[in-house]
Every structure is written in C-alpha cells, then in structure tokens.
Design a protein around this ligand. Structure first.
Ligand code: NAD
Length: 250
C-alpha cells in the first residue's frame, strides 16, 4: 500500500489559479486526488495541467475576502464529489507599508482573507469531515509565522495567527480523525514576491541567506502538501512545516 496515494479523494484548494496554490493542486492530482479549485480568477491553466492526469476537476468561483461563500463552497464540492477529504487554505494577500503609515483598510483586508476566511472555511469543511471520520486541513502559513519581517504588519499578524489557529484546530479535531497542519513556505517565485524580487538589494540579501542558494520554485512545495494530505501523516497534528531552502535553520 502506498501511504502517499490520494486516489478517490476530493481536495479543495483555494487560490489555485496560480503560484503555490496551482502547484499544490497539480501535485495532489499527480498523487491521485480529484481537485476542486476555488478562487476569484479563471482556473483554465490549472485545469489544463490537471486534465491530462485523468483526475476530475471542478472550479468554483468565489471571492474569499469575506466569509459569505464558505458554506456554499463546501456544499458544492460535496454535492459534486460526495465528500470533502482535503482542504488547502492557500489564498492570501499581502500589503506593504511602514507601520507608522499603515491603514485600517490594509489591516482588515489582509486579516480577513488570510485568517478569518481560512477559519470559517475550515469550520465548514470540518463539519463534513467529522461525519466522514477523517479529513486533512492544511493552512499555507509563512516564515512570518515565526519571524517579524518589516512593512507588512497585517501579513505578519495574519500568518502568526494562522500558525496559532492551526495548533488550536489540531487540538480540537485530532480526536475526530481530522489532521490540521500548516506549511510555511520560504521565498518562492510567485506574484506574491514580485516586488521583493524586483528590488535588487532585497533580492540579493534574501538569496545570500537561503542555504539552498535559490528562490523556491512553486513545484518544490508539492511534496510537503502531498505528505500532509495523505495517510503518511495520520499521526502528525498541529505542525507548521517550513519548506524554505533552510532559511529558518540559519
Ligand atoms: P499569488 O499572489 O500568486 O497567489 C495568491 C492566490 O490567492 C491567488 O490565486 C489569488 O487569486 C488568491 N486570492 C487572493 N485574494 C483572494 C480573494 N479575495 N478571493 C479568492 N482568491 C484570492 O501568491 P502565492 O505566493 O502563490 O501565495 C499563495 C499563498 O502562499 C499565500 O497565502 C501566501 O501568503 C503564501 N506564501 C507565499 C510565499 C512566497 O514566497 N510566494 C511565502 C510564504 C507564504
């Protein structure tokens, strides 16, 4: 038996149209999962990557800046696939500004999308997973779940909060057969880090600190997501797993 096999399972991935979410959806599909891709943008590219693998694919259009669509998303996935086995809370945003100038709007937008919605989507998914007697929830955290950073106060607060929430939900739901864990990506080549990579000085300072010597490529996150989605991690609860080229070890 392959403990990493996800055949017949339904995996819901938020923000799966691009970047890390797309790479995770493709990795889960490679491991056998059917994919429900949730987000506000078209999922055509992700679907094109998954179709040749012979998995089922369904896109749900939803704006995840508010909790309004959470219950509907899980219902739609369950109606279509009959189950909800894996939830990847990946959709996220970042706003950069000095803490002295930071606006309430930039605070609320980031906290709502990165922390509030993942909680209520997890709640809706866990209500189904409890009935199934098992399920896997993976929150996409950040190095800012461990470190302070600069000029991103609401992002650091949201990702530090997400790490705490991961531990709380793991404690409440482990006995119900649900594993709640997080992945903390290091510095990856996606839209999210475009501004950092464009800043020559920051770019070379970051590169110099990464023991692996390169920015992460989105496909380098897939293995950790498959592990935490599979039976191989059934006794793993409440961890925040860095996938960071060694950044935090430095
Ligand atoms: P990205 O900007 O390419 O992707 C973000 C995704 O979230 C997109 O699919 C976007 O459509 C979706 N999204 C944002 N707001 C949404 C909304 N209101 N409704 C629906 N979807 C919404 O960036 P990424 O790097 O792929 O980010 C994915 C996750 O990884 C984020 O949570 C981010 O914080 C986290 N992360 C990224 C890095 C990195 O180095 N790239 C590092 C640490 C953590």
């Amino acid at each position: 038996m392959n403990a990493f096999d996800l055949s017949g399972q339904c995996a819901l991935v938020t923000g799966a149209n691009t970047g890390l979410g797309q790479a995770i959806a493709v990795a889960l599909a490679h491991a056998g999962a059917d994919i429900v891709a949730v987000g506000r943008s078209a999922m055509d590219e992700t679907e094109a990557n998954i179709a040749p693998l012979g998995r089922r694919f369904h896109a749900i259009k939803a704006d995840l800046s508010t909790t309004e669509p959470c219950a509907r998303i899980i219902e739609e996935a369950r109606d279509l696939f009959g189950r909800c086995d894996i939830l990847i809370n990946n959709a996220g945003i970042i706003r950069r500004q000095d803490a002295l100038e930071f606006s309430e709007e930039d605070w609320d937008a980031v906290i709502d999308t990165n922390l509030k919605v993942p909680f209520f989507l997890s709640q809706a998914a866990a209500r189904v997973m409890v009935q199934q007697g098992r399920g896997k929830i993976i929150n996409i955290a950040s190095l800012l779940s461990f470190q302070g950073g600069i000029r991103i106060p609401s992002y650091t607060a949201s990702k530090s909060g997400l790490a705490g929430l991961t531990r709380l939900l793991a404690c409440e739901w482990a006995s119900k057969g649900i594993n709640v864990n997080a992945i903390a990506p290091g510095y990856f080549v996606t839209n999210n880090t475009e501004a950092l990579r464009a800043d020559k000085e920051r770019n070379s300072a970051i590169l110099a600190r990464i023991p692996a010597g390169h920015w992460g490529e989105p496909q380098e996150i897939g293995g950790a997501a498959v592990f935490l989605s599979s039976r191989a991690s059934d006794y793993v609860h409440g961890v925040v797993l860095p996938v960071d080229g060694g950044w935090l070890a430095r």
